[in-house]
Design a protein around this ligand. Sequence first.
Ligand code: IPM
Ligand code: MN
Length: 369
Amino acid sequence: MSGHPKATYRIATIEGDGIGPEVTRSAMAVLAGACGAGRLDFVMVPGGVGHYQASGEVLPKDTLKACRELDATLHGAAGLPGVTYPDGTEVGNELHLQLRFKLDLYANVRPIKLLKGVRSPLRDFDAAGGRSIDYVIVRENTEGLYASRGAGVLLRGEFASDSLVVTRKGTSRVARFAFDLAEKRGGALRDGRRRMTVCDKANILRSYAFFRSICDEVHGEFPDVEIDYAYADAITVHLLKRPDFYDVIVAENMFGDIISDLGAATVGGMGISPSGEIGDAHGLFQGAHGSAPDIAGQDLASPVAAILSGVMMLRWLADRHGDAALGEDASRIERAVETVLEAGAFVPTDLGGKARCSEMTQAILGALA
Ligand code: IPM
Ligand code: MN
């Protein structure tokens, strides 16, 4: 905890592209509805491909300044397919990656939790049936293979390479974050053991063996958390066969990107999966989905991932500022989301229902009241 409760928290809000605006506005309505007037001041700032096409800038300086100076950042989604740089990489992703690197958001926290009322595609795992899924992937978010973004080698149209960067500083801080999270949670569903699983390919590459060795070193600071190891290929099997064994998983950037989508798919998909990208000084919160341009502007997107990311934001602010009331508001929103999903009267389209973005928003606001 670093600060004191504030009367008002100022949130840099980047709606972005595609479904970004509609899910962001839904989250803003639910957050404001739960926290009460005046508690949250959403400062709308531009960014993303739409802004790039109009201005040439994907992340305006003033937007970065707002993200640096305000209390937290709430983001919808960014990116439009086909809008790429000359090297073939997508412009939209630049917004996100620049924010991660410049705000040093080194822990990308992806909770994988099967909510009541949601059916997992995994046979045997269904909250109604008693066996559930509840673990957190902590993805290192500033280096790994992503360190090479925009810096890879392209030679004569014949050769390309990107470097995998693993540093002691980057690994120890994300490992410490993951162990600390495991210490605070109640342990894995399967056996109640506080467990932190290191996901890597230490058997093949020195950089991953180095990653694992740093996690081993940091483990010494957390005697009441069990350390566990899983190779990145093997864990894709385990996450489907025995997800309840997992509590907290730490992974290098690219592996974390991949296994977190697999995990999300086992608990209902990208439309229900939140994320919080946390550094020592800043936090950025957004649904794990993309901009889904094919359904943009049709009131079809599910706002649940954005709303649950707002819950993560409130809890992060509550912890940083010792603001218990904000933490209670976060829990009320989470309960309202589960109440709506469990009642089944409003099911978002990505979960097989017909409920529109606006209808889900109103239903959750109704459950809050
Ligand atoms: C994610 C996304 C991002 C990534 C893109 C939008 C830059 O896939 O947050 O998982 O590749 O990390
Ligand atoms: Mn991804």
